[in-house]
Write a protein that binds this ligand. Structure first.
Ligand code: SAM
Length: 515
């Protein structure tokens, strides 16, 4: 099944990462790197190479919380349309009033404005897709489409149909990290199969299967999930300058989207000369969980200040709370550590021992419950049935996991979302309140997820008539989200308006009780 170009000759041994970066910085893309440096200089930024990390983005002036460090339109992007995701418009990612392209029957648009704005890119894709039979069209996943669009964009820029700019050209894609020598054989085979499909769809002799496979590997560690203001995933995009930003589990910046355009905002003071760092992953997990996620998808070992604590008492304690077990005494909030003989766990607060076998039994019961089934049920609108499964999971998790467990927090979040869909506001508020102390513990004070949870809490309190509580929660939401999301987006304008209305209502209620 593998393409001939891929099979011919031995797999090239790739140069070491940093060496490769230096070659790329000085060599093939020399001119573009200079152009890129002057383009990012306008943002008060500089690209430098750091040992063990490769290219990195540094600030050349102080940035303050809430300030946009850089924003960029995608080089290419696609909505996550699939059988398990809502279908969205290729232009603006909306999910309403959609119509399929009448020729290829693959791509959707909300109207002629989006269809016209995407036409330059879609024309060649449409031609290629409409040659496929129905079965083959089914195999055109969002990742395949992202690759088709990448090559079309390259072709249109080469032919000067779309202009090249310093921050928007294919040479920047060429400089992205691919990690070809580090990925598993299984991934390699998958990328080669996907590359074959792209080759077959295009039938363009000038594109080479090996290069397409390498670009799939680049997507895996450089593309970003485009999400809405409430961090619900909508699609995937490649932003070649934002892709220069490295990861930290204690980042100084956050990546958010407004429509398809991406903005990186400072969440704390970023002094001149500091590296801009965002988080690539969910940072609520233990060091081991975070390291695993980073190693598997991004193929590096994080050495940020949080990860450097691995093995120290603080880190052991944090892992035991976030992902470990609870004390047998229900009134005790202590965390458990395995005893030296490995047969039991011991509470580090009250000293009570807990039998490993008893925990194992409940863990097995938990494993037999299908959370996958619950997630399918809620994605098809069967919220009541999904809640039943999640509540059984929650009951068992409460028996074994620490009250600040992230597993318990995630289950309660799923129950909360389903309850909101069913408009069971009062129970939803109770669940939201259960999650907030965990959010406060696992996320830094300025984190979009914490801000959004305050927002949900505030909205529910307001619907339920708790105006004063709503004002407090919405104020906390605004304090956080004005930094992570800015103040000019429709989402933030709506939140600010809700806060104003809640304040007005609270002062009216107060003045009427005074009278
Ligand atoms: C999106 S790219 C970031 C830019 C990249 N440094 C470059 O040279 O193009 C992601 C890759 O950068 C590297 N990287 C990112 N953050 C890192 C970190 N904290 N430590 C080491 N390598 C890191 C990893 O190789 C990762 O796969």
């Amino acid at each position: 099944m593998l393409g001939s170009a891929w099979n011919k000759g031995p797999r090239r041994k790739y140069e070491s990462r940093v060496e490769k970066e230096v070659v790329e910085l000085k060599g093939a893309c020399g001119i573009d790197m200079e152009e890129l440096q002057s383009a990012v200089e306008c943002y008060s930024l500089k690209v430098s190479t750091v040992p063990e990390k490769g290219r990195s983005l540094f600030v050349t002036r102080d940035f303050y919380p809430g300030e946009v460090i850089i924003c960029q339109e995608p080089y290419v992007c696609v909505p996550n349309n699939s059988s398990s995701h809502q279908v969205r418009c290729d232009g603006c990612f909306t999910a309403t009033n959609l119509r399929k392209c009448s020729r290829c029957h693959v791509v959707w648009y909300c109207g002629s404005t989006c269809q016209k704005s995407e036409w330059k890119l879609h024309r060649l894709e449409c031609e290629a897709l409409s040659r496929l039979d129905k079965d083959k069209r089914q195999s055109v996943t969002p990742s395949i489409r992202l690759m088709l669009k990448l090559y079309i964009r390259r072709k249109l820029q080469n032919e000067k149909i779309i202009p090249n700019t310093a921050m928007d050209n294919y040479n920047l894609v060429q400089t992205l990290v691919a990690h070809m020598s580090d990925i598993t054989e299984e991934q390699l085979v998958l990328y080669a199969q996907m590359a074959n499909l792209v080759h077959l769809i295009f039938q363009w002799p000038e594109i080479n299967i090996k290069e397409i496979a390498e670009n799939f590997s680049k997507f895996a560690c450089n593309a970003h999930t485009i999400s809405d203001s409430e961090l619900r995933p909508l699609g995937t995009g490649l932003y070649p300058v934002i892709s220069i930003i490295n990861h930290s589990c204690l980042p100084n910046s956050v990546l958010v989207f407004e429509g398809r355009s991406a903005s990186v905002r400072a969440v704390q003071h970023v002094p001149k000369g500091t590296e801009v760092l965002i988080s690539y992953i969910e940072t609520a997990g233990s060091t081991m969980t975070r390291q695993k996620a980073l190693n598997e998808q991004y193929l590096f070992t994080c050495t940020c200040p949080r990860c450097s604590k691995v093995g120290q008492y603080d880190d052991i304690q944090e892992s035991a709370i976030l992902e470990g077990y609870r004390c047998k005494n229900e009134k005790c909030d202590g965390f458990l550590i395995r005893t030296t003989d490995g047969k039991e766990f011991q509470c580090q607060h009250c000293g009570l021992a807990r039998d490993k076998e008893e925990i194992k039994k409940i863990a097995n019961e938990l494993r037999s419950l299908s959370e996958e089934e619950a997630s399918k049920l809620s994605s098809t609108g069967n919220y009541q049935e999904a809640i039943c499964i999640y509540k059984t999971v929650e009951k068992l998790q409460t028996k074994i996991y620490h009250p600040f467990s992230i597993w318990l927090m995630q289950t309660r979040d799923k129950i909360l979302k389903s309850l909101m869909e069913l408009e069971h506001w009062s129970e939803a508020l109770a669940y939201c309140k259960l999650t907030i102390p965990v959010y406060q513990r696992v996320y830094p004070a300025v984190h979009p997820l914490l801000g959004l949870q305050y927002y949900t809490c505030g909205k529910l309190e307001w619907y339920l008539g708790g105006t004063e509580e709503a004002v407090k929660s919405l104020t906390k939401a605004v304090d956080t989200l004005r930094i992570t999301h800015g103040t000019n987006t429709p989402f933030m304008k709506e939140l600010l308006m809700k806060l104003e209305e809640a304040r007005a209502e609270a002062s009216y209620n107060w003045s009427s009780t005074e009278r």
